[in-house]
Design a protein around this ligand. Structure first.
Ligand SMILES: CC(=O)N[C@H]1[C@@H](OP(=O)(O)OP(=O)(O)OC[C@H]2O[C@@H](n3ccc(=O)[nH]c3=O)[C@H](O)[C@@H]2O)O[C@H](CO)[C@@H](O)[C@@H]1O
Length: 365
C-alpha cells in the first residue's frame, strides 16, 4: 500500500499525520509513505526529523480580507496543484490524506482530480478554510468533535478522533521527566503556548517568575523556538529559580505529557486530544487570533465537563495564572476529579479508527 499525506504550517496539523504514519508502520512495515509539505512550515523540520520521504510545494494561505496577496495565492495554488499532480503521478498512492493547514489544499485537490481516493482529517470543532474547501472534492471527512459534522455536506463524515491521542498513551512519564530535568518527587506543571509558542503567555510567566521560585512544585516552560532568546534574556535579568526549566521546543512531547500533573496551554485541538487521551488536567488559554475563535470552542468542550479551567487571554495575567495553577495543583481532590473528567473525553483508539477508514476507502474504491 502507498499513502501520500499532506498537512502543515503548525504542529497541530503535522503531528496527527505523523502519528497515523507511525501507527500504520507498526502494523504493516511494507506500507510506503510520501509527505508533501512546504519548506517554510514546521513540517519541513518535524517530518524530515522522522525520516519520512518529503517533497515540497510553494503555497500560502488566503487572507480573509480583500488583498493583492490573494491573487498571488491563486497563482501559487495553480502551480501547487501542478506540482502535486507531478509528485502523485510519480508516487502512485492508493490514497491521499490531508490533515489540514493550507498546504494540503492543492495536494488533496490534485489527488481528487486524478481520481485517487481522498480523506481529510479535521482536528477542530470548527473546520478550517482549507478543509471546508476540500470537503467538496474528497471521499471521506474524518472528524474529532461531533460539533464539526454539521459543517460538511456530501462526503462521508466519520468520527475518528485525533491519531496523536493514540500516540501519547502508554508513554513512560519517568523518562519524560528525566528528559527535561524534572525531579520525580515533586508535582510538575508544563506551560506551553502551542507549537509556535505564545507571547502573551510568555509575558504572564515572566511577570511571576520570582513567585514561582517560592512554590513547592516544579515548572517546565516551553517558550516556542522564535521567542526563546528573548525570554532567556529577560530570565537572566530577573534570575531563574531552581524549580523552573525553560525549553524552546519539546520534541518528545508524548513522554513529557505523561510525566506531568498539569498543563497550561493554548487550546489547539491536537494538544487537547493528547491531554484527554492521558487524562491530564489543564488550564486553557485559547488563542483569540484563530479562525472563528475555534480554540475557545475547543476549550469549552473540556471546561464544560470539568476537565479544564478556561481562562480567556483578555482576563489573564501572571498572578491569575499562578493562582489558577495553585488552585489545582495544591488541591488533591480537585486534581483527581479533573483527571477523571479529562480522561472521559479522550478517544484513545483514534489512529486505529482512521487507519480502518483508510483501508475501507481503498477497498471500496
Ligand atoms: C494558531 C493556530 O492556528 N493554531 C492552530 C494549530 O495550532 P498548534 O499547532 O499550536 O496546535 P495544537 O496545540 O493543536 O498542536 C500542537 C502540537 O505540537 C506539539 N508540540 C507543541 C509544542 C512543543 O514544544 N512540542 C510539541 O511537540 C503538541 O504536543 C501538539 O501535538 O493547529 C491546531 C490543530 O488544527 C488548531 O486547533 C490551532 O488553533
Amino acid at each position: 500500500m502507498r499513502i501520500a499525506i499532506s498537512g502543515g504550517g503548525t504542529g497541530g496539523h503535522i503531528y496527527p499525520a505523523i502519528a497515523l504514519i507511525n501507527e500504520i508502520k507498526n502494523i504493516d512495515s511494507t506500507v510506503e509513505f510520501l509527505y508533501i509539505g512546504t519548506e517554510v512550515g514546521l513540517e519541513n523540520k518535524i517530518v524530515r526529523r522522522e525520516n519520512i520521504p518529503f517533497k515540497s510545494i510553494d503555497i500560502s494561505g488566503f487572507k480573509r480580507k480583500l488583498s493583492l496577496d490573494n491573487i498571488k495565492t491563486i497563482f501559487r495554488f495553480v502551480k501547487g496543484v501542478r506540482d502535486s499532480k507531478k509528485y502523485l503521478k510519480e508516487f502512485k498512492p492508493d490514497v491521499v490524506i490531508g490533515t489540514g493547514g493550507y498546504v494540503c489544499g492543492p495536494v488533496v485537490y490534485a489527488a481528487a482530480k486524478l481520481h485517487i481516493p481522498t480523506i481529510i482529517h479535521e482536528q477542530n470543532s470548527v473546520p478550517g478554510l482549507t478543509n471546508k474547501f476540500l470537503s467538496r472534492y474528497v471521499d471521506t471527512v474524518a472528524i474529532c468533535f461531533e460539533e464539526a459534522r454539521s459543517y460538511f455536506h456530501g462526503p462521508k463524515v466519520v468520527l475518528t478522533g485525533n491519531p496523536r491521542a493514540s500516540e501519547v498513551v502508554g508513554r513512560d512519564g519517568f523518562k519524560g521527566r528525566e528528559s527535561v530535568d524534572l525531579s520525580h518527587d515533586k508535582r510538575s506543571v508544563l506551560i506551553v503556548g502551542g507549537s509556535r509558542g505564545a507571547r502573551p503567555i510568555n509575558d504572564a510567566f515572566l511577570e511571576v517568575l520570582p513567585e514561582i521560585g517560592k512554590k513547592d512544585y516544579q515548572v517546565v516552560y516551553v517558550t516556542g523556538e522564535i521567542h526563546y532568546d528573548k525570554v532567556l534574556q529577560r530570565v537572566k535579568e530577573v534570575g531563574s529559580p531552581n524549580n523552573v526549566v525553560i525549553k524552546p521546543f519539546i520534541h518528545n512531547m508524548p513522554e513529557v505529557l505523561a510525566g506531568v500533573d498539569l498543563i497550561v496551554a493554548r487550546a489547539g485541538a491536537t494538544t487537547l486530544a493528547e491531554i484527554t487521551a492521558l487524562g491530564l488536567p489543564s488550564i486553557l488559554i485559547p488563542s483569540p487570533y484563530v479562525t472563528n475563535n475555534h480554540q475557545e470552542k475547543n476549550a469549552r468542550a473540556l471546561s464544560d465537563n470539568g476537565a479544564a479551567i478556561l481562562r480567556l487571554e483578555a482576563d489573564m495575567s501572571g498572578s491569575i495564572l499562578l493562582s489558577d495553577i495553585d488552585s489545582i495543583l495544591l488541591d488533591h481532590q480537585l486534581l483527581e476529579r479533573m483527571k477523571i473528567a479529562s480522561k472521559e473525553l479522550g478517544i484513545r483508539d483514534a489512529a486505529q479508527r482512521l487507519y480502518a477508514e483508510t483501508k475501507h476507502l481503498i477497498k471500496s474504491s
